[in-house]
Structures are given as structure tokens and as C-alpha cells.
Design a protein. Structure first.
Lengths: 448, 99
């Protein structure tokens, strides 16, 4: 249960804040911004409110920085009476006030932000226009004084506003990182048989620009997947997957439109869409935890191999995935998803992150991650293009390269590239897994 | 209660008020500045006088700068300023004399 506060606690917190403001003014003789959340009712601090506060703080700092204003000093507090921050800045008070008012008036959560600006004389700068009421849009002062709206009504409006704004913010973050992950994957050079910055690998119908177009087209899809995950978070995980399916079909159509009919990211539409849906289901705080994200994916994908591939025969198989399952029982990306992408957790991600930590480039660490996943999974693209035996042979060849060094030199990967191209092999399935590795890595790095 | 020395309570944040009490000249002298003085001036004066009455304060200069505080906030700030002028700082008797 969220903790409630008394009027006395709130009043005391305000006085303490005023004292801290005076101390900072005396010490720095610079203008201050005092930012807190405007939350009606006795519950002033919840996870939702805290996230809204963090978003507001980041927005404030970013807007100030755009105007060349910096925080010289910052004092943050996070107590039962709410979150607040006091920023000592090196700007002109009037300009800072303009920035603060603009955020309060325009940011999605602006109505919940109180960004007071205090000049070096200790006086609070007045805003030109009165604040508006969260509920009716009338001047807030009158509504607050007369208690026009009940506390329950205000709390509901606050929660709704916070949820909607954070859901959107999260979807934008997830989509941006997902597209970034796809672009990083295609840019890793050299990669055997795959499109990279040097060549088109074993492909004749696509190049790196096709991938740029394709990845760009998928941005709204990833945002939708994240929002759908959030909206279905209270339901059993497989229902989220079911809700994602129509989005995936639309995304594939959009991809084909963007690439002129070339299938660049079919696998990524599935696996990265699933990942974004899992992010939506999870609290934002868990995004940096790959194990939590992958186990959510696993929960969502339960039963999908049986459901999608169970009845498929050699006669009825229409896609490469169905054909391989009917012929050899290879469950492909659905099987991997059901297990929570163990090749990513156990092989790809550790190799990628260890490499980066050792100072390897994105190319070196990325290629190493790709190759280690290639030998530890059955890449359905390899099998579909060259047959099972040739795929296994190629994987064995990659194994010997990795035995010499887990981060093989560029020349060794280029040699593999030539061999793969000669045999028309392309480890597209492993490339999708590499995108997932990049995504999970970016999620760890992304500030909340 | 006697106002022995000047004391302040409250802040100038929105929905708050700042109350200053000083020794008076034989009566209550109230100076009120409020952002909602047109609609609520009368009501605010009433709540201040009621609070002072209950604390038995009848000789004080009281200055209130109101930024749209609710009645309960105004009452609490006036009480706190009076207690502070009597050097009562901890364990304010919120539930006793103050209601």
C-alpha cells in the first residue's frame, strides 16, 4: 500500500525545502530551480509518481542545456512527502522561468510539474499566465482553493495522465532502441554471408540501404508492440503474443512496401516485436535485466511451436520455417522464443558485452557474438539456403575459427564471408539473434 | 497566548501561505495579501481570526501572504507561527489546543 502523509508532514516538507533554497542561494548566489510534483491527496510518492518526476527532471535539464544553461549543483530528495530537486544554475532567472513555464504548459506531464524559479534576491519569479486546472482547464488557483474537484477525481486524473504519458514515453524508448539494434546488426562488418557495410553477402536483392529503409519502416510497429504489451500486461502472457500478431502482419506489409518487396527483417518482426511486447508487460525498472525480459518472452511464446507448426506436413508447408519443422523437427525462432532465447543469454550477449568491455569495436564484438550463436543454434536461414548438412559443415568451420580466438581477427571473418558467399549461405537467423543482443545491451545502458 | 517575539511559519509556494506574527499594540492588527483576495479575502480573514481567538491571542501584528492556501493550511501556519513566538518548536500540540 502506498504511504500516506499528513498535512503537517506536507507543510513541514515545504518549510524544509524553503530552508534548503535559502542555504543554496546564500552559498552560490545563483538562480535556483525548485522542481517538485503537484500531486493532490495524501499519497505523494509512488513508483508511478517517481517515474513522472524523473521524466520531468530530465526534460528540465535537457531544455536548460539547449539554452546553454547548466546545473552547477543539484540537491535531490525522495521522501514520503514526494520527490524534489533543487538546481543551482548559471543562467538568467527570466530566461530560466520562460523555459520552466514552457515545460509546465507543454510537456505531456506539464500540469503535474511545479518548477519554481528563484532569483538571487530570493524572490520567486511569477509566471505570466496562471496555471490551469488538471481537470477543467480553469485557473488552477480558484479550483484548488474552492476544492471544486474531489481528491478522488484529482487522483484519478493524475494517475491516468501519468500512465498514458509514461506508456507513450516507454514505447518511444523501446522503438528507438529496437531500430537502433537492427541498424547496429546490419552495420557490423565483416559478417559472413550477410549484408554489411562492405558487401551484400550472399544476397542479390538487398543491400545495406534496403535494411535502412526496412528498419525505419518498423519504428511504429515496435512502439505499438510495447504499448500493446503494457495494455495486456494484466492478462496471461500468451494473450499478449496473440494481440501482437495482427501488428506483425501489418509490419511485414509495411516492410515489403519500404523495401520494394524484399524480405529483410521478417525474423526481426517476430523476435524484436516479441521483445518489445515483453518490455511493455514489464515495469520499466526491469528493462535493464535481460533475464527478466527473456523469461517474459518465453512466457508469451509458450505453446507457439505446437500451435503454429504442430500440424504442418511436408505437403502443407509453405514457409521455410514450416518446411524445416516438417522435415527435421527444427523449431526455429519459435522454439528459441519458447525457451527464452538461450543462445542469446548463454552465448551471444556475454560475448558481445565482454568484447565491448575489453575495448573491442562494435564490429569485432558484434561479429564474435554472431558467430558464437551461429554454432550454438540451428540457423534456419542457413539450413533453408544450403541444406542441413552444408549448414552443419559451415558451423563446424566457424567453430574452428572461434577455437583460435573468441574474437577472431577481421581477416578470418572476411575469409568466412568469402566461403559463405561462394556457397550462397546466409546466417539470417543468427543475425536476428544479434539484433536481440544489441537491444538487450542498449536496454542496460539506457537511463531510466 | 502572548506574542513575545516575531516568528514566521510557512512558505511562498503555491497553495501555501507565509504567516508572520509580531508583538502588537493592544489589539489584533491583520495585514493580508492574497492571490485570491477578491473571492476569498473575507473567508481567509475569518479563519485567521478564529485561529488566533482559539489560541487566546489578542495582541499581535499578523502579516499573511497567501498563495492560494486551503483553510486547513492557513490555520496550521498561523498556529505554528504563534507557537514559535513562544519558543514551542517540537511536539506541537496539533491534537490539543490546535484542532
Amino acid at each position: 500500500m502506498p504511504q500516506t502523509v499528513t498535512l503537517e508532514q506536507v507543510l513541514e516538507a515545504r518549510e524544509r525545502r524553503a530552508l534548503r533554497q535559502q542555504a543554496l542561494l546564500a552559498r552560490y548566489r545563483l538562480p535556483l530551480v525548485s522542481f517538485s510534483m503537484n500531486i493532490a491527496g495524501p499519497v505523494k510518492n509512488t513508483q508511478l509518481i517517481r517515474r513522472g518526476f524523473r521524466l520531468g527532471r530530465r526534460t528540465l535539464l535537457e531544455h536548460l542545456r539547449l539554452s546553454g544553461i547548466h546545473a552547477v549543483q543539484e540537491e535531490q530528495t525522495d521522501t514520503v512527502t514526494g520527490c524534489e530537486t533543487l538546481l543551482v544554475t548559471d543562467g538568467e532567472p527570466e530566461q530560466i522561468k520562460k523555459i520552466a513555464c514552457s515545460i509546465e504548459d507543454n510537456a505531456p506531464l506539464g500540469r503535474l510539474y511545479d518548477m519554481d524559479v528563484i532569483g538571487t534576491d530570493g524572490a520567486k519569479l511569477e509566471r505570466p499566465e496562471p496555471r490551469r486546472c488538471l481537470i477543467c482547464g480553469q485557473p488552477a488557483r480558484a479550483c484548488a482553493r474552492s476544492r471544486t474537484h474531489s481528491v478522488e477525481e484529482l487522483q484519478d486524473a493524475t494517475r491516468t495522465l501519468l500512465k498514458a504519458a509514461l506508456e507513450k514515453e516507454d514505447a518511444i524508448t523501446a522503438a528507438r532502441l529496437a531500430v537502433q539494434a537492427l541498424l547496429y546488426e546490419v552495420c557490423v562488418t565483416p559478417k559472413p554471408g550477410l549484408v554489411d557495410r562492405e558487401n551484400n553477402g550472399s544476397h542479390r536483392d538487398m543491400d545495406i540501404y534496403t535494411f535502412m529503409a526496412s528498419a525505419s519502416s518498423l519504428w511504429p510497429y515496435f512502439a505499438d508492440c510495447t504499448q500493446t504489451g503494457r495494455q495486456t500486461a494484466d492478462r496471461p502472457a500468451p494473450e499478449t503474443l496473440a494481440a501482437l500478431r495482427p501488428l506483425g502482419v501489418r509490419a511485414e506489409c509495411g516492410m515489403l512496401r519500404a523495401t520494394g518487396g524484399v524480405n529483410t527483417h521478417k525474423g526481426a518482426v517476430y523476435s524484436m516485436g516479441l521483445l518489445c511486447g515483453a518490455l511493455g508487460r514489464l515495469e520499466r525498472e526491469k528493462w535493464a535485466n535481460p533475464a527478466a525480459v527473456l523469461s517474459e518472452i518465453s512466457a508469451m511464446a509458450q505453446g507457439s511451436v505446437e500451435r503454429e507448426l504442430g500440424g504442418v506436413t511436408q505437403e502443407s508447408a509453405r514457409t521455410a520455417g514450416q518446411w524445416l519443422y516438417a522435415l527435421y523437427g527444427i523449431a526455429g525462432v519459435r522454439g528459441e522464443a519458447e525457451k527464452g532465447f538461450p543462445s542469446v543469454t548463454v552465448y551471444g550477449l556475454p560475448v558481445l558485452e565482454e568484447g565491448l568491455a575489453q575495448g573491442k569495436t562494435a564490429d569485432e564484438a558484434g561479429a564474435a557474438a554472431l558467430l558464437t550463436m551461429l554454432i550454438h543454434t540451428t540457423d534456419t536461414n542457413m539450413a533453408a539456403r544450403g541444406g542441413i548438412a552444408r549448414g552443419q559443415e559451415a558451423a563446424a568451420r566457424v567453430s574452428t575459427v572461434l577455437e583460435d580466438s573468441p574474437y577472431p581477427p577481421k581477416e578470418a571473418v572476411e575469409e568466412l564471408d568469402r566461403e559463405f558467399i561462394a556457397d550462397n549461405l546466409s546466417p539470417g537467423g543468427s543475425a536476428d539473434l544479434l539484433s536481440l543482443c544489441w537491444m538487450l545491451h542498449f536496454l542496460k545502458e539506457e537511463p531510466i | 497566548m502572548e506574542i513575545k517575539k516575531p516568528a514566521v511559519a510557512g512558505t511562498l509556494e503555491s497553495s501555501d501561505c507565509m504567516v508572520t506574527v509580531e508583538p502588537g499594540q493592544g489589539e489584533i492588527e491583520l495585514d493580508l495579501d492574497s492571490v485570491v483576495i477578491r473571492q476569498y479575502g473575507k473567508q481567509i480573514r475569518k479563519i485567521i481570526h478564529e485561529t488566533l481567538d482559539r489560541l487566546d491571542v489578542n495582541n499581535a501584528k499578523v502579516t499573511v501572504v497567501d498563495k492560494g492556501a486551503l483553510d486547513c493550511t492557513i490555520k496550521a501556519r498561523v498556529e505554528c507561527a504563534v507557537y514559535r513566538s513562544n519558543d514551542i518548536r517540537d511536539n506541537l500540540p496539533w491534537g490539543g489546543v490546535i484542532r
